[in-house]
Design a protein around this ligand. Structure first.
Ligand code: C2E
Ligand code: MG
Ligand code: MG
Length: 736
């Protein structure tokens, strides 16, 4: 306490009056200054001055008020209590001065009897004490805020736990030693995730490693402690608190380790003295904040799992694979990426139901992991596509032997043979960003799937260029279709018994803008892949109808024009009616049109195709099974199709004349068609020997270069005349 007065008598009487004065049982040191300047020096030398008793008027009238301003504003000391004294009545300072400068009391010296003086001192020292505590709290709060702020930058649970231990220790002035413990959901043991001081070696180990069962039990109780339940028994000499996220405060739960709870956290710090009065709230505040952070990190870890893992198979998903490919960097070039796709997966789903299929996928995931071994990363890309990434030698063999016979997986009740289609990218041959690698593997997989079951396609350098060309060709085809540049060529079909004309097959022809003929095998596949096949068919059918009208006008309306259907078209439910409508629109009867479907197209969905062909026949069209003998039909199947013609593929004509009659494949096919009540037509007949053999074997019709190459519609009349199918035109002026 400091008194400031230029009156030495007053200073002495003050010293006398305060002799033996104690505040809350503690002695108070009395400092005295005779001038404002002296007072300033003492204030600097004794930062623990709590109370200033100040004479307002000293050498100068405003010395007292100047000193007050200095203490409050110059030194920034708002905690020092100031009591103004005056010896002269009427010298009271203005009220607003008192308020603004936080002067606490104002007394006339004559009023200060020793009782009153003591009361004044007591009151002011007490309020100084309050202010000190408040300021201390405020400093701690500032530390706390800094700690919490720091915590939000710590990226992981361990770092956060360590920081919490350090901060709590600093806040409470404790030696930095303690534990942060985590009890992950669905597990049976708590884990030390933060450990400092003499506990440091427990970091990352089970809580049991503390080696003090009673203490372990208390910490576990704190972990599972929920608000509203009795807390773990108080223990004066340690700090033990659960780290609840604020949202968990409202949940109610039963004691023990209920499995449906989120991961739990707790803080434990032993200490050697009882806690100070308001520190518990302080620590609770810090702990609640950090607790919330921990649960947020936990959530992030969960979200991370969701984003990068497939919950069904416990494998990384596409994102997870990408992340690892990015992380692998240069090492990728020593690896192979392989896609494996389950054939007929949607059928399986439909047949077995969602749950069984899921269990089979889990079993398959396990199989792939087991067979590929620990060095290969297995990921699930989507429904039924898995990816394997690993060193070349580890991926060379494992799955190849399953290609042909399939891979048997079981869920315990049901087992199924799954066929896998594969795509393989050797990353020494293909380099690019991981996303591009995946896209390439996907492209190869689609390619492999088009080839049928259990196929594998591997990346070959230069493939991109082919794909790019293919893409450009697709664009060009699209434009050609729009511009009506796809034309038909008609190839004659004849009856073998007398060489008369049966009709023509319409074959699509495309000459691209550079004047190059593109093979129909190429552009039909392209039209199928790019969704243009129906447009193409419509144009071919339209031109075929026109060609038939030309024939009709020439008196040859009994001839038929055969048009090819693509496999994809068979899936359209309105196909037969659409064709009928289109013919009707052009005034062409169904008897004028024959539809050819390849054997392999029909076998993709035999039941659907059978229904489709039956409908076409009901509408009056004839139906031919094209390229017969190449598409694996079973005889039983063949019977179920409603057909008019079997077209024997030209591949079989090569056998003619090599073995005695009745043993060759074409002969068997002719016999078969007769037994099934079908008409037979041989394709690709080029020689007269072939024709003679076919006549003898009983084949009914034929098509091939021997009879005529495909020709444009405009060439029809001339061809018909030169081949005797029309009476020769009389020579008119202007011709020949
Ligand atoms: P396809 O329907 O079996 O047609 C017969 C193919 O054999 C035609 O080939 C024809 O030019 C060829 N050819 C005819 N006679 C002989 C011969 O004596 N010797 C040899 N070596 N070949 C002969 P092209 O025109 O190249 O057509 C190939 C395939 O493209 C067709 O086989 C058909 O599957 C498909 N295609 C053609 N046009 C269309 C169409 O408009 N729509 C659909 N979906 N496919 C078509
Ligand atoms: Mg054909
Ligand atoms: Mg054919």
């Amino acid at each position: 306490m400091l008194t400031v007065d230029d009156d030495v008598v007053f200073r002495r009487s003050m010293a006398f009056a305060l002799e033996g004065y104690q505040f809350q049982g503690r002695d108070i040191t009395l400092l005295q200054a005779g001038s404002a300047a002296q007072a300033r020096a003492l204030l600097v030398a004794h930062p623990d001055i709590a109370l200033l008793l100040l004479d307002v008027v000293m050498e100068n009238d405003d010395d007292g008020l100047m000193l007050v301003r200095h203490v409050r504003e110059g030194m920034g000391r708002r905690d020092i209590r100031i009591v103004l004294l005056t010896g002269q009545p009427g010298m009271a300072p203005m009220r607003d001065v008192m308020r603004n400068l936080d002067v606490n009391e104002y007394w006339h010296k004559t009023e200060l009897g020793s009782d009153r003086l003591e009361a004044i001192l007591n009151a002011n020292l007490r309020s100084h004490q309050f202010i000190q505590e408040a300021l201390q709290t405020r400093r701690q709060l500032e530390q706390l805020l800094a700690a919490v702020d720091g915590a939000s930058h710590v990226p992981d649970l361990t770092g956060l736990s360590q920081a919490l231990l350090v901060d709590v220790a600093r806040l409470l002035g404790l030696p930095g030693e303690g534990l942060v413990v985590m009890w992950p959901a669905h597990t049976t043991a708590a884990l030390v995730i933060g450990a400092t001081g003499r506990f440091a070696e427990l970091q990352g180990r089970p809580l049991d490693a503390l080696g003090d069962p009673a203490q372990v039990q208390r910490i576990e109780q704190a972990l599972t402690h929920r608000p509203g339940m009795a807390a773990a028994p108080a223990h004066a000499l340690d700090l033990l608190m659960p780290l609840h996220p604020s949202s968990a405060l409202s949940t109610t739960a039963s004691p023990g380790r209920p499995d449906d709870l989120a991961t739990l956290f707790a803080l434990w710090m032993p200490r050697r003295q009882p806690p100070a009065p308001n520190e518990t709230e302080m620590v609770q505040l810090l702990v609640a904040n950090v607790g919330a952070q921990m649960h947020r990190l936990e959530l992030i870890a969960k979200l991370d799992r969701l984003a990068y893992h497939d919950p069904l198979t416990e494998l990384p998903n596409r994102n997870g694979l990408l992340r690892m490919m990015h992380a692998a960097g240069e090492r990728l070039s020593t690896m192979v990426l392989q896609f494996e796709d389950v054939d007929q997966f949607s059928n399986l789903n439909l047949m077995l139901g969602f749950e069984t299929t899921n269990r089979l996928l889990q079993a398959l995931a396990q199989r792939l992991r087991d067979e590929a071994g620990p060095e290969v990363l297995v990921a699930r890309m989507d429904n039924d596509t898995f990816a394997l990434l690993g060193p070349r030698d580890k991926l060379d063999t494992p799955l190849h032997r399953h290609r042909s016979e399939g891979i048997t997986v079981s869920d315990g009740h049901f087992s199924a043979v799954l066929h896998l289609t594969g795509a393989r990218v050797d990353l020494a041959l293909f380099s690019g960003p991981p996303e591009e690698i995946l896209a390439t593997a996907r492209y190869l997989l689609n390619d492999a799937k088009r080839r049928g079951w259990g196929q594998e396609v591997a990346y070959r350098p230069g493939m991109e260029a082919a794909a790019r060309d293919n893409y450009r060709l697709g664009q060009a085809l699209h434009e050609a279709l729009r511009a009506g540049e796809i034309r038909i060529a008609l190839q004659p079909q004849v009856w073998l018994r007398d060489g008369t004309l049966k009709g023509f097959e319409a074959l699509a022809r495309w000459t691209d803008r550079r004047g190059q003929e593109v093979s129909p095998v190429t552009f039909i596949a392209l039209a199928e892949a790019s969704g243009h096949i129906t447009a193409l068919f419509t144009q071919v059918l339209q031109q075929s109808c026109h060609a038939w009208r030309v024939l009709e006008a020439l008196g040859l309306g009994h001839l038929r024009i055969a048009v090819n259907l693509s496999a994809l078209q068979l899936a359209a439910p309105t196909l037969a009616q659409d064709i009928a409508d289109q013919c009707a629109d052009q005034g062409v009867p169904p008897e004028a049109i024959e539809l050819e479907v390849t054997e392999s197209a029909v076998m993709l969905d035999p039941d659907g195709a059978a229904a489709q062909l039956a409908r076409l026949r009901q509408l009056g069209f004839e139906v031919a099974l094209d390229d017969f003998g190449t598409g694996f039909s079973s005889l039983a199947r063949l019977r179920s199709f409603d057909l008019d013609w079997l077209k024997i593929d030209r591949a079989f004509l090569g056998e003619i004349g090599q073995r005695p009659d009745h043993e060759t494949l074409p002969d068997m096919i002719v016999t078969l068609s007769r037994q099934l009540g079908l008409k037979s037509l041989a394709e690709g007949v080029e020689t007269d020997a072939q024709r003679l053999w076919l006549v003898r074997s009983g084949c009914m019709a034929a098509q091939g270069l021997l009879f005529g190459a495909p020709m444009p519609v405009a060439a029809l009349p001339d061809w018909l005349r030169t081949h005797g199918h029309l009476p020769a035109q009389p020579v008119t002026a202007g011709h020949g």
